[in-house]
Design a protein around this ligand. Structure first.
Ligand SMILES: NC(=O)c1ccc[n+]([C@@H]2O[C@H](COP(=O)([O-])OP(=O)(O)OC[C@H]3O[C@@H](n4cnc5c(N)ncnc54)[C@H](OP(=O)(O)O)[C@@H]3O)[C@@H](O)[C@H]2O)c1
Length: 348
């Protein structure tokens, strides 16, 4: 496959500025890096939050997007884990060389996983960020922007280790919540109690939830489902209400994992014998490097075996130009139980 010198990308033009599709250079992979032709990129809430609130990114025009699945088209010096032609998924980051709302992107070979043949690029693109939030939140080191410090199922003694222990997943139908449920199952947790809109009961039950509960009910009612102490609550919603309720459900010594910053009155860190951790779903920071690279090493096997299944996806037609309108649907909470995916190669 010949590699063009220019490609199409979606830019945020300035701080809180408008989106614009335009042409840019195709990046070159350095040592240990690979160039990926992005066949599918999925949309995450953080992407529109960066554009709307002007957070996280300071250099403009900026390419956003951090979920990708594609084909390796070039390898840099010293690359051994993957080869040209391999189908891979990976998490990019908010620097133009490695972001994913573009047709070609660069990745470190240690932070990609091969895609099993049974999965499409569209399905694979829905995995990295949401899975990272779940996996790093559960198995990351117990520090702020780390995780609950549990033993990952790919480590010795990790699979099934938490048998008989309950876990609560607030927002089980969210992209993150779906992976938390699946990992909790592999880790042995039981019961797996989760809050969803009732139309998502079957979805989360198929993933391993044992007790789907209507999210409209008072969250204090979840306590009655188990007589065992609840040592882990994963709040995949992290609104002020769910954070406080999740904290109240915890047994002394337990950990509340958040996907957003803690609300003021809750605070972070150890409190009343309970820990509150905000996870940061990227392998690109030092805190998550080890757990993240391990996860990518084992991910193909977990997908192949079916221990991990991708979120349901909806492919939004029109390539990169269709992303801003798709974000409007996400902002209005019009997307439920599935991930929106675009194919950058459909862009002009
Ligand atoms: N810390 C990080 O690095 C990181 C990484 C990824 C995501 N996040 C954050 O995590 C949050 C979730 O992201 P996502 O991609 O998983 O979102 P998503 O897939 O768009 O989540 C949408 C789902 O959330 C569920 N939901 C919303 N409010 C709820 C509530 N009060 N109770 C129960 N379920 C509720 C809804 O489920 P029903 O349809 O069943 O109602 C909806 O389907 C976002 O705020 C995102 O910014 C953070």
């Amino acid at each position: 496959m010949s590699i063009p010198t220019h490609q199409t990308a979606l830019f945020v033009q300035e701080l809180r500025g408008a989106w614009k599709v335009s042409s840019t250079d195709v990046p070159k992979p350095g040592p240990g890096e690979i160039l990926i032709r992005v066949e599918a990129a999925s949309l995450n809430p953080v992407d529109w939050k960066i554009q709307m609130y002007g957070v996280a990114v300071t250099i403009f025009p900026a390419i956003l997007g951090s979920d990708s699945a594609g084909t390796v088209v070039e390898v840099g010096e010293g690359v051994t884990r993957v080869a040209v032609g391999d189908r891979v998924l990976h998490q990019g980051y908010y620097h133009n060389r490695i972001a994913t709302f573009q047709q070609y992107t660069v990745a470190n070979e240690k932070r990609v996983a091969k895609i099993p043949p049974k999965l499409s690029f569209d399905q694979a693109a829905a995995i990295p960020v949401a899975l990272s939030a779940a996996a790093f939140g559960l198995y990351g080191t117990k520090v702020q922007q780390g995780g609950a410090g549990l033993t990952a199922p790919w480590r010795e003694g990790g699979r099934g280790k938490y048998a008989g222990q309950p876990i609560v997943v607030l927002g089980g139908a969210s992209s993150v919540g779906q992976y938390v449920i699946q990992l909790a199952k592999v880790s042995g947790f039981s019961p797996i109690i989760t809050t969803v809109s009732p139309h998502n009961n079957d979805l989360v039950t198929a993933l391993g939830a044992t007790h789907p509960v209507d999210r409209a009910l008072p969250l204090s009612e979840l306590k009655a489902i188990t007589s065992e102490p609840i040592s882990v609550v994963f709040d995949a919603v992290s609104s002020a209400e769910t954070q406080r309720a999740g904290y109240d459900l915890l047994a002394p010594g337990g950990t509340l994992v958040l996907v957003l910053d803690p609300v003021g009155s809750l605070g972070a860190g150890e409190k009343e014998g309970r820990s509150v951790i905000s996870t940061y779903a990227t392998v690109h920071v030092e805190t998550n490097r080890e757990i993240g690279e391990e996860m990518y090493e084992h991910l193909e096997a977990f997908l192949e075996s079916g221990d991990l299944k991708p979120n349901l996806v909806e492919v939004v037609p029109g390539g990169l130009a269709s992303i801003p309108e798709a974000f409007e649907r996400m902002k209005k909470n019009q997307v439920s139980g599935q991930k929106l995916v675009v194919r950058p190669t459909e862009s002009a």
